[in-house]
Design a protein. Structure first.
Length: 202
């Protein structure tokens, strides 16, 4: 690729595909990937100029001057947590064919870096093997609706008897107002307020 006009777009492609806050790329790594992925060998001077063009056009790039490590694309259309949330909802519905689910998931994850995409896929796989996907989706829908409408919720808690049967506890938990749903280590956590105290519930 010989046109210098394309250099900033090639840089952006590399940063989009490979970089994030946990995967900061050094300049030599970026130059190597430019050559391998786009057949676009450039000098360090051209690289700096391309990055300055991207920055001046509003792209949110963290640079070596900011972090003393390297470069990564800071802002994306959505976060890793949002991607996991969307994919979980889609996997739990029976209204979409398996083929369409895979195509939609792959298109959605293409907006993330490859390391982020791999993390989301690993979490999806872990959730599917360890949990009932449709049950998870129903809970996510209900909690998301409550968050959107600022509605209060109340949990029923169960315990297991010696026969491993679910027994409903006598006392339901206090009313709580859900605030956010977040993910960490392939688990969903609900942040609430109200009730006996502010807490995070898994």
């Amino acid at each position: 690729m010989s046109s210098k006009l394309m250099h900033p777009f090639c840089d952006l492609g590399i940063l989009s595909k490979y970089s994030d806050a946990d995967n900061i790329l050094t300049q030599p790594e970026i130059l190597k990937k430019l050559k391998n992925d786009y057949n676009c060998p450039i000098t360090r001077k051209t690289f700096y100029h391309s990055i300055s063009i991207l920055l001046s056009n509003g792209y949110d790039i963290d640079t070596y001057a900011d972090n003393r490590k390297g470069y990564y694309l800071k802002t994306r259309p959505f976060s890793e947590e949002q991607a996991l949330f969307f994919c979980t909802l889609m996997e739990g519905t029976s209204e979409i064919s398996k083929e369409d689910k895979e195509k939609t998931r792959d298109a959605f994850l293409s907006f993330l870096s490859r390391p982020m995409s791999r993390d989301v896929l690993a979490m999806l796989s872990k959730n599917q093997t360890g949990h009932n996907s449709s049950h998870t989706v129903k809970n996510l829908y209900a909690l998301s609706s409550a968050i959107k409408t600022a509605s209060k919720i109340k949990f029923d808690y169960f315990h297991y008897d010696i026969h491993k049967s679910e027994i409903l506890n006598d006392k339901p938990f206090d009313d709580m107002e859900p605030r956010f749903i977040v993910t960490k280590d392939s688990r969903y956590y609900l942040i609430t307020s109200g009730g006996r105290h502010n807490s995070i519930y898994d």
